[in-house]
Design a protein around this ligand. Structure first.
Ligand SMILES: NC(=O)c1ccc[n+]([C@@H]2O[C@H](COP(=O)([O-])OP(=O)(O)OC[C@H]3O[C@@H](n4cnc5c(N)ncnc54)[C@H](O)[C@@H]3O)[C@@H](O)[C@H]2O)c1
Length: 394
């Protein structure tokens, strides 16, 4: 397919559906030709901005079209399994937002559909395309801190209420847990930078700030406390963050044992004043840490009289244009390159599956009082197939 143009349809035209603007480059290598959404307002907004694209409230109509080569799935998490399988069965290449699914079995069914389809599949792990985390990966791969033995990650989800507690994200039925939905990025970065998957976990967590006894149908605009409640939002996410149905934890800590005996710990809290991720990797020869607010990565090495000890380093990460620290335009271009040029993506579908399996094990642990849980291993049929290179040899 090299040298051709990729015609993309998008399922789910909400916040993340806005990725379509990166893909739509008439005269370039990709064009967005269709969009599907069940919300008439979202569909109308896309139709207005995109002009002559095919628009439908039934994603199956989009999948029937022969002028759609590839599909981006940016619908809510609990639809990913259905939408990804249907798209692969329809013979489309698939970009599926994280998490790949909200069930491990769902991920495995997607991987099998991918196998049968012979098409390309990619997961929306855009953190792998952020300059800060790519820098950290390169430092580790260069051997600067030796063999990683420990990892410590703190994810301060300031304004967590804005993004997770005012809409569908706040329900287990839709996301399973935020350890899985929000944490899938962090779990994946831990796997990616260490080069190892998690084998077992234990976790504690709770709903310590959001949720409560407000009516499920209460919205911010209709709330008598809207003048004083610090969580008041104006559209599109306006459900009360303190409503009864909220049942996903907002404060959780997970300890993890990875392949090779690497120990990791992960904190995710949704009511901090600030929003950033702080990662530390400790190896046999040094320690690596980032600060998103400072735009810096530090490397500290151990005294050994070697050259590395003369060179504790600070990397200044330049601000980049485009969503998510410049990662969104890059991941969109990488999807096109994967479909048209068979270029291997940074994140494999297996990585998507393993981050879900780890998040699910973590949620099972915290919901059972912290009992140790094994991460579900990949079934043998998929293991054998992927060991042979999967669909693309990458
Ligand atoms: N990689 C990232 O950085 C990143 C960032 C944000 C969101 N996401 C992911 O993107 C996905 C969407 O999140 P969002 O924040 O855009 O949510 P959203 O609620 O803003 O948008 C979801 C859209 O899907 C539509 N939809 C719901 N059911 C549908 C169906 N059956 N068919 C077609 N459309 C349907 C909704 O009407 C809505 O417009 C989630 O899986 C989320 O995890 C990823």
């Amino acid at each position: 397919m090299s040298g051709e143009r990729l015609r993309i349809g998008v399922i789910g035209l909400g916040g993340r559906g806005g990725l379509w603007r990166h893909w739509h480059a008439p005269g370039g290598r990709s064009e967005v030709v269709a969009g599907a959404d069940v919300d008439p307002a979202r569909l109308a907004g896309f139709a207005h901005e995109r002009g002559d694209a095919f628009c439908t409230n039934d994603y199956r109509r989009l999948l029937e079209r022969s002028d759609v080569d590839a599909v981006a799935i940016t619908s809510p998490d609990h639809y990913h399994e259905e939408h990804a399988i249907a798209a692969l069965q329809a013979g489309k290449h698939v970009f599926c937002e994280k998490p790949l699914a909200i069930r491990v079995e769902g991920c495995d069914v997607i991987l099998r559909a991918w196998h049968r389809s012979g098409r390309h599949l990619m997961v929306g792990f855009n953190m792998r395309y952020m300059a800060m985390f790519r820098t950290m990966k390169e430092i580790v791969d260069a051997g600067t801190i030796g063999e990683i033995r420990a990892v410590w990650v703190r994810h301060f989800v300031g304004r967590g209420g804005d993004f997770y507690y005012h809409d569908w994200h706040a329900r287990r039925a839709h996301v399973h847990s935020l350890l899985l939905q929000k944490g899938s990025h962090d779990i994946d970065v831990i796997h990616w930078i260490t080069g190892r998957y998690t084998k077992r976990v234990a976790a504690f967590g709770g709903l310590d700030f959001y949720g409560g006894d407000r009516p499920d149908d209460l919205t911010c605009p209709a709330c008598p406390d809207r003048g004083t409640c610090p969580e008041t939002l104006e559209g599109p996410r306006v459900q009360c963050a303190f409503r009864r149905e909220v049942d996903v934890e907002d404060n959780q800590v997970m300890i993890m044992e990875l392949e090779g005996g690497i120990k990791a710990s992960y904190l995710q809290c949704h009511f901090t004043p600030d929003y950033h991720r702080n990662y530390t990797f400790i190896g046999t020869e040094g320690r690596l840490e980032n600060s998103e607010p400072d735009g810096k990565v530090w490397v500290r090495t151990r005294p050994s009289r070697g050259w590395k000890d003369l060179a504790d380093r600070v990397y200044e990460i330049k601000p980049a244009l485009g969503g998510h620290g410049g990662a969104d335009p890059v991941i969109c271009a990488e999807f096109v390159a994967m479909c048209l040029d068979d270029k291997a993506p940074e994140a494999t579908p297996l990585a998507g599956r393993m981050s879900v399996a780890t998040g699910i094990a973590g949620a099972a642990s915290l919901r059972s009082g912290g009992q140790v849980q094994q991460v579900a291993p990949l079934p043998s049929d998929l293991r054998q197939w992927l060991a042979g290179g999967g669909n693309s040899g990458f």
